[in-house]
Write a protein that binds this ligand. Structure first.
Ligand SMILES: Cc1cc2nc3c(=O)[nH]c(=O)nc-3n(C[C@H](O)[C@H](O)[C@H](O)COP(=O)(O)O)c2cc1C
Length: 319
């Protein structure tokens, strides 16, 4: 019996409140917010604060922060996070490879400084009223795969869970995630381990769980335009079967996704978000390229829905 949980990985520009609600309704056991700058929160940047919004329809949301100044992180926890009751866990990002983040010695840069990691995580654990988790990579580069050493410090600091995206910083998103490293980490630490990297289907989820023994699997890119993957995994766990969504179901979710975006963002931004998402939702559907091109030239959601409905009504079936 496979009982490992399934999580929505943190995805900047994607795992916003609207998408997390969908993932949660589809069966994700826990979702992560987009990464949020601790400094941005400290300096009360409005755009940053709004990334931390959690809706009542959500459950088990881990709020992911990035930063390297433990004093700033402590202040943000005490004056902001601890006043809230909607955060399930606080997650620290040690994986982001983006140059502007690494340049500031944040995100994946911190994999180079295990002792600093211990200091930051200890500060988080000592001050946060909710459990603390950390998301790491294998190491900074091929020559420095120090995830076990970093994990030891994270455990000593008192975190309750580690997610391993099994690539180095240098790999960004290329090559293959090293699932053996995930297995090694699971055997090495006494806390919960979440496996992450290259799980694109129910079969991959099963394989990762069987191969590594992880407590949970976090799904990133395979969820883009595809929150159904959480339902497929949930269905598989309950019934040993699952199915793919029909075009009708996909269009229905697109509309729901838009309605949710509208509840949290301006119409202009919601439409921009949805254009990007619709391209992902229609990926693999027959002749969807034509629709995608039309949609890209439209600015009115009613018109976009009309084109989608026409596509749906003329759809001849099959992927
Ligand atoms: C568009 C995008 C945004 C991401 N944003 C974040 C982020 O904010 N925080 C983080 O820890 N990882 C982020 N990641 C990394 C993912 O959480 C995940 O570790 C990675 O995509 C590997 O998992 P996958 O193969 O299931 O996609 C992002 C990845 C993508 C593709």
């Amino acid at each position: 019996m496979i009982d490992a949980k399934v999580f929505l990985a943190p995805l900047a520009g994607v795992s916003d409140t609207a998408f997390r609600i969908l993932a949660c309704e589809m069966g994700a056991d826990l979702t992560f917010t987009e990464m949020v700058s601790a400094k941005g929160l400290f300096y009360k940047n409005e755009n940053t604060s709004y990334l931390t919004y959690i809706d009542k329809r959500e459950k088990n949301v881990a709020l992911q922060i990035f930063g390297s100044d433990e004093n700033i992180i402590k202040e943000v926890i005490q004056t902001n996070f601890n006043k809230r009751n909607d955060i399930y866990a606080l997650d620290l990002n040690l994986g982001c490879p983006a140059p502007k983040i690494v340049k500031n010695h944040e995100g994946s840069y911190l994999m180079k400084e295990p002792k600093k990691v211990k200091k930051i995580v200890s500060t988080m654990v000592e001050n946060s009223k909710v459990p603390v988790s950390v998301k790491i990579r294998l190491g900074f580069d091929e020559k420095n795969k120090n995830f076990l050493e970093v994990a030891d410090f994270i455990v000593e600091a008192g975190a309750y869970m580690i997610t391993l995206h099994a690539r180095t910083k240098e790999m960004f998103y290329s090559g293959h995630a090293d699932w053996n490293a995930i297995k090694t980490l699971k055997r090495h630490v006494p806390i919960k381990v979440v496996g992450n990297g290259d799980v694109a289907s129910v079969e991959d989820y099963i394989k990762m769980v069987e191969q590594t023994g992880v407590d949970a699997v976090a799904i990133g890119r395979a969820s883009l335009g595809n929150p159904f993957i959480f339902k497929q995994i949930k269905d598989y766990k309950e019934t040993k079967t699952y199915r793919y969504p029909t075009i009708e179901e996909v269009i229905e979710i697109i509309k729901k996704h838009y309605q949710l975006e509208m509840q949290f963002k301006t119409e202009k931004i919601a439409i921009r978000e949805m254009r990007k998402n619709i391209l992902w939702y229609l990926k693999g559907f027959k002749e969807s390229n034509k629709v995608k091109n039309i949609i890209n030239s439209l600015v009115d959601m009613e018109e976009i829905f009309k084109i989608l409905d026409e596509y749906k009504n003329n759809y001849k079936g099959g992927l």
